[in-house]
Ligand binder design. Structure first.
Ligand code: BDR
Ligand code: CA
Length: 309
């Protein structure tokens, strides 16, 4: 199995990702680190422990990390509801988190792993940036970083910025600059992969207790059009990034220069350079060489949804 660590801000779709990583036989979930994002840190931790308990994986260590982004104040995402789980009620977990900060937990876990670890960031990248700046020795023990975030087209938090990168743009910029092979699972693919509503409903009312949880999470309604109505999205969201670890060929990717916009209205936008030849800005420009990232631009959505199911 692929050794993985998830960094999460649980979150309806982080919950789906946790269930998948916790139960898929080709993944070895070494641990989970929590960061403020969709909801405040304490709620993220609580949600994460509950989801892992529901998945029967109380053995997976969980650590609490950053309470706020590097520079910005924390700004919750409304689409996951006040509790972050869209009102899906899960029994509380009685266990506690690791005693150390997530940054120390990540360092210890990555260095102790017998093989290079795939670090999957499904949240604002504050913990990951702090880790890479504090303990750069982890870099050669990482297979790659796969992050859900950014976009080569439209945004969601703003017209051009995706939520995770928008929430902590400096952290995303640090992570891109750290010299770790990096894969971006952005909105270009994130917005495509979903489960049909009838199937989610069947899961929710079915026999299997974990299936019921997954069905309820998928069935969570998100605020829809401008009239304030609610609609079924069925998106597996962050879980798609984890599914792509076991079925990488479901994604169409290109190695492209990516940079995070840090100022002005476009703050938090990922600039993905899709020109066939580099321009003068990349050659001379401001002297900063753009990092190349494996960017997922297309996805076989039914195939990745099948992997999830
Ligand atoms: C990302 O933002 C969060 O709300 C989701 O959990 C996902 O990680 C999508 O922009
Ligand atoms: Ca998330």
């Amino acid at each position: 199995p692929i050794p993985v660590i998830l960094d999460v801000d649980t979150g309806v779709d982080d919950a789906l990702a946790l269930v998948f990583a916790a139960r898929h036989p080709e993944l070895e979930l070494l641990g989970v680190s929590c960061v403020a994002g969709n909801v405040a840190l304490d709620q993220v931790v609580e949600n994460t422990l509950r989801v892992l308990a529901a998945a029967g994986r109380d053995d997976v260590p969980v650590a609490a990390g950053a309470r706020r982004p590097l520079i910005e104040a924390a700004r919750a995402a409304t689409v996951h509801g006040a509790d972050g789980l869209g009102g899906v009620e899960l029994p509380p977990s009685s266990r506690t988190v690791e005693p150390e900060h997530a940054v120390e937990f990540l360092r210890r876990t990555i260095l102790a792993a017998p093989r290079p670890v795939t670090l999957v960031a499904l949240a604002p990248q504050t913990n990951v940036a702090l880790l890479l700046r504090t303990h750069p020795e982890v870099v050669r023990h990482l297979e790659r970083i796969v992050f859900m975030g950014g976009s080569a087209s439209v945004g969601n938090a703003t017209a051009v910025a995706e939520f995770n990168v928008w929430h902590d743009p400096e952290a995303a910029a640090i992570v891109l600059d750290a010299g770790v092979p990096t894969s971006m699972y952005g909105l270009d693919v994130f917005n495509e992969v979903g489960v049909p509503q009838e199937l989610a409903a069947r899961l929710e009312t079915g026999e299997d207790p974990l299936g019921r949880v997954v069905g309820a999470l998928l069935g969570h309604r998100v605020a829809g059009s401008a009239d304030g109505s609610f609609e079924y999205s069925g998106l597996i969201g962050d879980a798609g990034a984890v599914c792509s670890l076991v079925d990488p060929d479901a994604l169409g990717t290109r190695r492209l220069p990516v940079r995070v916009e840090l100022s002005g209205y476009a703050r938090g936008q990922t600039l993905v350079d899709q020109r066939s030849r580099p321009g003068e800005d990349l050659v001379h420009g401001d002297g900063v060489e753009w990092e190349h990232v494996e960017v997922a631009l297309t996805v076989d959505a039914p195939r990745l949804a099948r992997v999830f199911l």
